[in-house]
Design a protein. Structure first.
Length: 291
């Protein structure tokens, strides 16, 4: 029996396809390099003497000098150990607060029936359109009267009160995709709303809970405006606020030490995202498919 083989393109057609593929890859590689160049230059500059940082624009230092890291760690009024501890404390408590409060609120909107549910849900979504700066002054006055200024409370307490509407919306979309038959079966077994939330909804919602926790951690770790407004003492500074201290208003700036500490500051974020990127994609994708 004769075997029939598909005809393969020959001649100029093959060359044209190869050239097109190589050109596309070259463009993508070039665009990737342009996007990563500032980050690579910062990492390289953290190993260079400060005198040549802005004259040597290469992304590969001629010699690796760790002096900027050693000096930068203790260059400020407080050691960077204090700043990292403060950032970790705030970020972890914000993650806990957002995960608990937003999941409870989303469960109420998605699964419970109460008067004005749709109206309150629309009002909640409307808060997404308010810039943070609009509510900044009223919040500052409130926290000032409570005596919370120069403490971590203004950065943490609102997260335990379901203040992030984005995460509520994300969870509501996910919860609506969980079959209601599970709730009905649980009610027949004598479960109330709290047990349904804890025993059924939470175990099935790990992707969206992980997404909320990851984004909460990343956004809190990178937050600069909140700590700048509410924190005054250097011993309470978070990492972004401490990095600003390397840039002096008089023009005396330790750029090498600043870049070295910036590399250390983004390292936890990079590792965190690298470890949990699958959960981020899965949580957002599954939430977005729910109607």
């Amino acid at each position: 029996m004769k075997t029939i083989r598909a005809k393969q393109p020959r001649g100029p057609g093959v060359l044209r396809l190869l050239a097109g593929g190589l050109a596309r890859h070259a463009v993508l590689i070039g665009a990737t390099f342009l996007m990563l160049y500032p980050l690579l230059w910062m990492v390289a500059s953290s190993f260079k003497p400060e005198s040549i940082i802005f004259t040597d624009l290469s992304i590969w230092p001629h010699a690796f000098d760790f002096g900027n890291y050693v000096q930068g760690w203790t260059a400020l009024q407080e050691s960077f150990t204090v700043f990292f501890k403060n950032s970790v404390l705030v970020a972890v408590l914000v993650v806990v607060g957002n995960t608990i409060s937003c999941s409870i609120t989303a469960y109420a909107f998605a699964r419970l029936e109460f008067r004005g549910r749709r109206i309150w849900f629309v009002v909640m979504l409307g808060t997404l359109m308010l810039p943070y700066h609009v509510t900044l002054i009223p919040q500052y006055v409130l926290f000032l009267k409570l005596g919370w200024i120069d403490t971590f409370l203004p950065l943490i307490v609102p997260k335990f009160l379901a203040a992030d509407a984005f995460f509520i919306f994300l969870m509501v979309q996910f919860f609506r995709g969980i079959p209601r038959e599970l709730d009905e079966a649980a009610v027949l077994d004598g479960c109330g709303p709290w047990r349904i939330y804890w025993k059924i909804i939470m175990p099935l919602s790990m992707p969206v809970l992980a997404t909320t926790a990851i984004f909460s951690f990343l956004w809190t770790w990178n937050d600069f405006l909140g700590p700048l407004v509410y924190l005054n003492e250097a011993s309470n500074y978070t990492v972004p606020l401490a990095l600003r201290s390397f840039v002096d208003s008089t023009g005396q700036s330790a750029w090498g030490q600043l870049f070295a500490m910036s590399v250390l500051a983004i390292l936890p974020i990079f590792l965190f995202f690298l470890c949990f990127q699958r959960l981020i994609i899965e949580g957002v994708a599954q939430s977005g498919m729910k109607r």
